[in-house]
Design a protein around this ligand. Structure first.
Ligand SMILES: [Mn+2]
Length: 324
């Protein structure tokens, strides 16, 4: 594939940066931030990680020892690097309202709208972390074991532990990361074996609410803000729930909705990338990948869930070559 960008040139241009990921952080946006921070630090370039949201218990642990700045209080004159954000709004109101144009946009979402001054976007990459890792390797930018661990965190989580269609390029990058001495099992444990009991109680409610419809082709479920309160969970505890919807035999498209008091968040997954979840999400102002996308809207009306299910069926029906 043609690679036009030069990360080295863009990265080593200034002597201090702010860096940010998307709200409702995931392993890819966290790992990408930490990796770039380390690479810059090794060249005596300061990189402030701007906290735009609650990272949750599991991901917070990865930030230990890093210069995390409060999203209310940072120097907004510094050039801003955004990682893993399909559009600038994904950085959250604390950030995007303070910047007119970020310096650098590093991302892998097909729906990315090239919102920054410089844009390094590759929708063929499994993760933003892979895109960064490949750039470092190709451009001979040296990096250490901690950086390799951060990059592996991003790749592992965004590929859903290599269960999503994983290209040989991804495996080759992992090979290089392993060469730095990282422990795959340790990183796996630090993410996937730190569940709280509260999360399991929430999962019970989620599973209880599952419905399969449209001749078994669709599966949706939901939880409400009340469920979060009663189980004492935080929003990030729903991470991974949406996968249960797609994993039912015969289901082509799955969706998970969170009905919060002030907003509604929807995650979409399909077994095949031909279902274009990114395009469906776009109807609601969201975006993402062909097989994994999502959107957030202001508090939805009473009929939203039923209308949503109908719209999902319509979307798949109207895809070229789809008959279901
Ligand atoms: Mn990502």
């Amino acid at each position: 594939m043609m690679r036009k960008w030069n990360l080295r040139e863009l990265l080593f241009k200034h002597d201090e940066y702010n860096i940010v990921g998307h709200v409702r952080a995931d392993g890819d946006c966290v790992g990408s931030q930490l990796a770039l921070h380390n690479v810059l630090k090794a060249s005596n370039i300061k990189c402030n990680i701007i906290k735009n949201d609650n990272y949750g218990t599991v991901l917070s642990a990865f930030f230990r020892g890093y210069p995390v700045m409060d999203g209310e209080n940072f120097n907004e004159k510094l050039p801003l690097i955004c990682v893993d954000c399909s559009d600038f709004k994904r950085t959250g109101p604390k950030i995007f309202e303070k910047y007119s144009k970020p310096y650098l946009n590093l991302d892998h979402h097909i729906s990315n709208d090239n919102f920054a001054q410089h844009n390094i976007v590759d929708a063929n990459s499994s993760s933003t972390a892979q895109l960064i890792a490949e750039s470092l390797i190709r451009e001979n930018i040296s990096f250490d074991k901690a950086t390799a661990e951060a990059l592996y965190l991003g790749i592992m989580t965004d590929t859903n532990r290599f269960a999503y269609s994983t290209a040989i390029d991804t495996i080759k990058v992992v090979e290089t990361l392993m060469g730095k001495g990282i422990s795959i099992s340790e990183i796996h444990r630090s993410v996937y074996e730190r569940n709280s009991l509260a999360k399991y109680r929430l999962l019970e409610r989620f599973l209880h609410n599952i419905s399969v419809f449209g001749d078994g082709n669709y599966c949706t479920s939901f939880i409400t803000e009340n469920d979060l309160r009663e189980t004492q969970c935080e929003p990030l505890d729903t991470e991974g729930f949406v996968n249960y919807t797609r994993q039912i035999d015969g289901v082509k498209v799955g969706a998970f909705l969170e009905f919060h008091d002030s907003y509604l968040k929807c995650s979409l997954r399909s077994k095949n990338s031909t279902s274009r979840m990114d395009l469906f999400a776009k109807q609601f102002g969201g975006g993402g990948h062909p097989a994994a996308a999502g959107f957030t809207v202001d508090a939805a009306g009473e009929n939203f869930y039923n209308n949503f299910k109908f719209a999902l069926i319509e979307h798949v029906k109207n895809l070229p070559g789809e008959k279901s």
